[in-house]
Design a protein around this ligand. Structure first.
Ligand SMILES: Cc1cc2nc3c(=O)[nH]c(=O)nc-3n(C[C@H](O)[C@H](O)[C@H](O)COP(=O)(O)OP(=O)(O)OC[C@H]3O[C@@H](n4cnc5c(N)ncnc54)[C@H](O)[C@@H]3O)c2cc1C
Length: 505
């Protein structure tokens, strides 16, 4: 299916038309929301606006590299929470050897998402219509006669409710780089092309984006040294190979259950830790208890999954801030793991001396006269007991190219996205708790400047960071999409009725 490209959309005006739900962003979050809305067969008109040429890809699945694997076993990647086998069944039609525990290429997952939408569209439905619009939404302006969406090319659309599914592309984290210092963005097309031969490449970041870049460089035959730098020098931990039966269990229970001895997994427990320090200590104790019973730490991390949102929400805000600042990165590398085969590949590169991980803060990136850049790295100060002494001098890495692998910023007020800036300026949105993501209520309605939940603006996926701890992976996104698909048709109808009354009075 290709995305239609048109500039204006006729207003529904009279109320005789079904209400319109516009979804901004056609990555995984937007596409799964659209597919689930179509499944509901509600009398609505769905308009999905995406600026990329293909739907369902977004940042994560818009890759042509087969070595970019999903970091969740196939059993966890269905687009439909009530049908955990959906992705595996589809994947087997393409790769008969795929099973519930396979870590499949992300490229394949993008195809799957597009297939899901096509499949829903092809089902005969009398009452739901769907249109995809290629374009960038520059402004979303709620008014008495509905919400106006202004496209960057000058076109406008009108909707009764709008779902923001802007995902990870809202903007990269800022970097202290001098102009001309050869910094490329890992997520930009062609970022790995024409690297100066025989010269080292420096990656800023050691998370999943850096892992992607390392395997893509290796696949492309790059044989120079790769330096990856981050403040804590933490690479994602590897998954253990997942037998199909365990993968299915994980998919059906959203995590392998752990014994609730620490109280962390008991939803009624009044004695939940109330500080970041106590929470980390309880988690460590749980891991130790699991180890004493011969169980791997991964069972504890996965077993906590159904409880992490509640644990996060139960902490007072200063403690959430402490947890976010000091412990979240550690949690993430254990929680968002890489496929075992990718971990083996990185180990081999490190053993061969082709990949080096440096711990420290990039204080400057300076252009070098003959091309390339020098990165000055201040080693992390952790006192005499840590791996780097307080007196360790700055380290300088000379590189032919620098690739920014820092991932998306969570602080949306600082990324300079016209759509988000407009919403903040209008007072229709405000940053979420700790300044992360957008502030939303439990249903995903945007909270305005005064904290009131909107009747017409909603968000899902990575935009809900801050309000939620876990909101970036498919298992969370599909649940959010399912919940939206249940409430949006009613909300859109109510908004449309409100607009008609407003006009009549
Ligand atoms: C490299 C990487 C690998 C990942 N791997 C996995 C994995 O294996 N398993 C897993 O569960 N999760 C994974 N994730 C997590 C990922 O966040 C989710 O799986 C999912 O892709 C998020 O989708 P999204 O639609 O919210 O965001 P995105 O993928 O960022 O998509 C947002 C879309 O919105 C569009 N857009 C943004 N602004 C506008 C605008 N103003 N107008 C029009 N269009 C706009 C963008 O073009 C983009 O296509 C990965 C993430 C990354 C970054």
């Amino acid at each position: 299916m290709s995305v239609e490209n048109f500039r204006s959309f006729p207003a529904t005006g009279t109320g005789l038309e079904p209400p319109t739900i516009a979804i901004v962003g056609g990555g995984a979050s937007g596409l799964i929301t659209a597919a689930q809305l179509l499944r509901h067969r509600a009398p609505v008109r769905i308009v999905l606006v995406e600026e990329r040429p293909r739907l369902g890809r977004g940042v994560a699945y818009d890759t042509t590299c087969d070595a970019h694997l999903l970091n969740v076993p196939a059993a966890g990647m269905s687009a439909y929470p009530d049908d955990p086998g959906h992705f595996i069944h589809w994947a087997r039609t393409r790769r008969p050897e795929a099973h519930a525990g396979s870590f499949l290429p992300r490229r394949l997952y993008g195809e799957y998402l597009e297939w899901c939408l096509d499949h829903e569209i092809e089902e005969p439905r009398r009452r739901t219509t769907f249109t995809a619009v290629r374009g960038r939404v520059a402004a979303v302006v709620p008014g008495p006669d509905g919400v106006r969406l202004e496209l960057a090319d000058g076109g406008t659309l009108r909707a009764d409710t709008v779902v923001l599914a802007l995902g990870n592309s809202a903007g990269p984290k800022p970097l202290a780089a001098e102009p001309g210092s050869a910094v490329r963005d890992a997520w930009q097309a062609g970022a790995l092309e024409h690297l100066p031969p025989g010269r080292p490449v420096a990656l800023v970041g050691t998370g999943l984006t850096a892992v992607d870049v390392i395997v893509a460089l290796d696949d492309a035959g790059f044989d120079g040294p790769i330096h990856a730098v981050s403040r804590r020098g933490l690479l994602p931990r590897p998954h253990q190979p997942v037998p199909p039966a365990v993968a299915l269990l994980i998919a059906s229970t959203a995590g392998e259950p752990t014994a609730a001895t620490s109280g962390l997994t008991d939803e009624r427990n009044e004695a939940w830790p109330r500080t970041a320090r106590a929470l980390v200590a309880a988690l460590r104790a749980e891991v130790d208890r699991a180890a004493a019973r011969g169980r791997d730490w991964r069972t504890v991390v996965d077993g906590l999954r159904p409880h992490t949102q509640a644990l996060w929400a139960s902490l007072p805000e200063p403690e959430r801030a402490r947890l976010h600042r000091h412990a979240l990165r550690y949690w993430e590398v254990h929680r968002h793991r890489m496929a075992p085969e990718i971990a083996e590949r990185l180990d081999a590169l490190r053993r061969a001396g082709r990949l080096e991980i440096t711990t420290g803060r990039v204080v400057s990136i300076t252009a070098r006269p003959g091309g390339g850049a020098g990165l000055t790295i201040r080693p992390r100060r952790r006192g005499a007991a840590g791996p780097v002494r307080a007196s360790s001098p700055d380290v300088v890495i000379e590189a032919g190219a620098v690739i920014r692998c820092t991932g998306p910023t969570e602080r949306l007020a600082s990324v300079g996205d016209p759509l988000l800036d407009g919403l903040f300026r209008q007072g229709d949105a405000r940053p979420g708790p700790l300044g992360l993501g957008l502030d939303v209520d439990g249903d995903g309605r945007l909270r305005d400047r005064g904290g009131r939940p909107s009747d017409s603006l909603w968000a899902l996926g990575p935009l809900r960071r801050g309000a939620l701890l876990e909101t970036t992976s498919i298992p969370e996104i599909r649940e959010q999409a399912a919940a939206l698909a249940r409430v949006l048709p009613g909300a859109a109808l109510a908004a449309q009725t409100g607009s008609i009354l407003e006009e009549a009075l």
